[in-house]
Design a protein around this ligand. Structure first.
Ligand code: ZN
Length: 257
């Protein structure tokens, strides 16, 4: 494995990868891409979720107090997400998705920054769901957090306008089943990739951490762009350790110079 810590060298690697001739390109993003946009890593030591007991799916469904607490956290997170802005890496990936240069973008993030950067929705798989809106637990209908917030502030349960079922932020909560179809699609794309690039994931959370392994076993080139070492560094062709946004900035058509 080559380890790159120099910005110019890192940018050359990216130019090569994202220039359009590398074959079938699959990218997976994690918290590290969003921390550079001002979103804290909720799972990291000292992060929001390391200090608070998570509200499990079972608690949410069965305990009104836990449900209120979950909503409170979702509204708080939404404010943080709203204050953040997509960075050069989000924008470059969105651009690639619209020009056919990206087979699939798999994300572990729930902040909606890929969508705000304009990613082609059909190219995006969100392994942990999305915390910026809600869905009905019974019929799946989408609802906006702002609506839910008004109801919640009145000490009521936010419920579905269509069927009256409980609404919940569209994330995969602890104790909730992973989205099967999304996971299957991600695994298939990993198995067929020529190049699999991981951006800002420490590859510690399963089942996401399994995807680069699938790609490497199928002989894809594995490129890791992450500040810290990961348990899969030994499988990677290159490990890039520079700032994500800065490294992508020279590929960003929307950059301000
Ligand atoms: Zn419903």
């Amino acid at each position: 494995m080559d380890e790159i810590v120099n910005l110019t060298e890192a940018q050359a690697v990216l130019r090569d990868l994202f220039g359009g001739s590398a074959g079938r390109l699959v990218v997976m993003t994690g918290a590290g891409i969003s921390t550079e946009s001002g979103v804290p890593d909720f799972r990291s030591p000292g992060g929001l979720w390391s200090r608070m007991q998570p509200v499990t799916f079972q608690d949410f469904v069965s305990d009104p107090d836990q449900r209120r607490e979950d909503w409170r956290r979702r509204f708080e997170m939404k404010e943080i997400f709203d204050r953040a802005a997509p960075n050069a890496a989000h924008r470059v990936l969105a651009g690639l998705s619209r020009t056919g240069g990206l087979e699939l973008l798999i994300t572990q993030n729930v902040d909606g920054l890929h969508q705000r950067a304009g990613v082609a929705e059909e190219c995006l798989v969100e392994l942990h769901g999305n915390s910026t809106y809600a869905t009905c637990l019974d019929c799946g209908q989408r609802a906006e957090l702002e609506q839910a917030r008004h109801v919640w502030a009145d000490h009521q349960d936010p419920v579905c306008a269509a069927c009256g079922g409980l609404l919940k932020a569209a994330v995969v909560s602890f104790g909730q089943a992973m989205p099967e179809a999304a996971l299957r699609r991600a695994a298939e794309a990993a198995a067929q990739a020529d190049v699999f690039v991981v951006i800002g994931s420490s590859l510690l959370v399963q089942p996401a951490a399994q995807l680069p392994v699938i790609a490497a076993r199928a002989h894809a080139r594995l490129i890791l762009i992450n500040r810290e070492a990961t348990p899969l560094d030994h499988l990677a062709e290159v490990s890039v350790r520079t700032s994500i946004a800065e490294t992508f900035s020279h590929l960003d058509p929307g950059k301000v110079t």
